[in-house]
Design a protein around this ligand. Structure first.
Ligand code: GAR
Length: 195
């Protein structure tokens, strides 16, 4: 019975979709939402949906065992990054090998790396004049946006698109695919490597 924790830094619309998707799911549950921002929308969304939350700061995340201890005490099996903007420290990567999944709002390996998040990604894609963008769901390693790709989906960019309209298209792809890809990946990887 896999138990998920979601890390998010922002509004949390993806986190909300994921929580709703797995609410009442026969095997997978979202147990915990963690954020580095106490006033992030995701914290309120999680609380409203009855999911436990934890807020941490940079020092506790990188210099203490506070977050991994919480993950262990909640018996978390997989970590989902849904708009989380900090690199995952080694102690968490080691505790969750192949069990951390991120979503990126572009077609990696293009438009990834440090500083590439949210609207800055869409601005770069529009400025480059690319005919398409999309989403990438991937495993997480010690570098930004470089882990093994699990799934990608594309959308078309027209001449009328702005970073804001592209963000809407990309969010629609995220809402449609992210929960299902999490479900498939977690179900498959729990079997390969029983918890
Ligand atoms: C999403 O578009 C996600 O792909 C992006 O942040 C947004 C969060 O939106 N993640 C990154 O840019 C990671 N590099 P949300 O808070 O409304 O779910």
């Amino acid at each position: 019975m896999p138990r998920l924790a979601i890390f998010a830094s922002g509004n949390g619309t993806n986190a909300q979709r994921i929580i709703e998707y797995f609410s009442g799911h026969p095997t997978i549950t979202v147990k915990l939402v963690l954020s580095n921002k106490p006033d992030a929308g995701v914290v309120d969304r999680a609380k409203n949906l009855g999911v436990e939350t934890m807020v941490f700061n940079r020092l506790s995340f990188y210099e203490t065992g506070m977050v991994p201890e919480k993950l262990t005490s909640c018996r978390i099996d997989f970590i989902i990054l849904a708009g989380f903007l900090w690199l995952i420290p080694k102690n968490i990567l080691t505790a969750y090998p192949g069990r951390i999944i991120n979503i990126h709002p572009a077609l990696l390996p293009k438009y990834g790396g440090k500083g590439m998040f949210g609207n800055s990604v869409h601005e770069a894609v529009i400025a480059a004049g690319d005919p398409e963008s999309g989403i990438t769901i991937h495993h997480v390693d010690e570098n930004y946006d470089e882990g093994r790709i699990i799934f990608q989906a594309k959308c078309t960019i027209t001449e009328k698109d702005t970073p804001e309209s592209l963000a809407v298209k990309v969010h629609q792809l995220e809402y449609r695919h992210f929960p299902e890809v999490i479900e498939q990946t977690v179900t498959r990887d729990s079997k390969i490597n029983p918890i």
